[in-house]
Write a protein that binds this ligand. Sequence first.
Ligand SMILES: [Zn+2]
Length: 310
Amino acid sequence: MAGAKFLALLALVAFVFVALVPGTVVAWGADGHHSTCLLAESMLEPATVKAVRSLLPEYANGSLASLCTWPDDIKWMYKWHWTHAIHYIDTPDFLCRYNYDRDCHDADGRQDYCASGAINNYTSQLTKFELPPPNLITTKVRETQYNLTEALLFLAHIVGDIHQPLHVGFTNDAGGNTIILHWYRRKANLHHVWDNEFINRAKDLYYNGSLAIMTTAILNNITDNWVGEAKLWSECSDGAIACPDVYATESIRLACQYAYRNATPGSTLGDDYFLSRLPIVEARLAQGGVRLAAILNRLFGNSSQPILSH
Ligand SMILES: [Zn+2]
């Protein structure tokens, strides 16, 4: 009997844990981040590749994409709790607009602690980077660059997040996290649908279950069909290295136009919703990749553009 009670308690604890966790997820899922970073990596110029590799830890084997989810992995640790707020931006309910001074703060009201503030901050930190002379790449040099390694990983991750429309969502529903509905037959929250379910379903239906094939298809679209657009996506006015206010403004507009529309609590999202919104998801992954590449090329390379050929 005691055993049965213990099992029941265990089941309850497991249920509460599972019930709570989806509500607190605030990021493109791992696939969205991998895809954004893989796209960006394919558009870096040689000098940028060199700088990025010098900042990555050995175990990354030169792959930025392999560490693009690092900020999600560590945000649960006490030391990194403060970073939760930099994955997203809360905007006023139903306004469908973003304003840096009004919206870029954390739950305690600390200014600049949001996704766009973080992109500005880490971009600015990375302007201090200097490639160490080859004969001086020692443990000592790597130690002094450790913060810039973190800056690079946060930048790569958050440029992805800010392109997920519901990462710039309404305050009261936490970017769709508290909107509980059905994704086909399964219960889900709207934020999770945009973080994970679109990419999962598209991957399975059209790309043989492979994120690599899906990412290659998006890259082919960028280089074959969207070259003109991609050049515009990559640019910032007034010569800025990154322009996160532009990315955030686009996201909240897309959130209102596509993500929130017809996705009220209790509704069921099926083929109509999936098929009409998937192009938005793929375009946002593409824009995230193009812009991350452009930012890194402006920081570390000689060009202000992503390399749009492969
Ligand atoms: Zn995130």
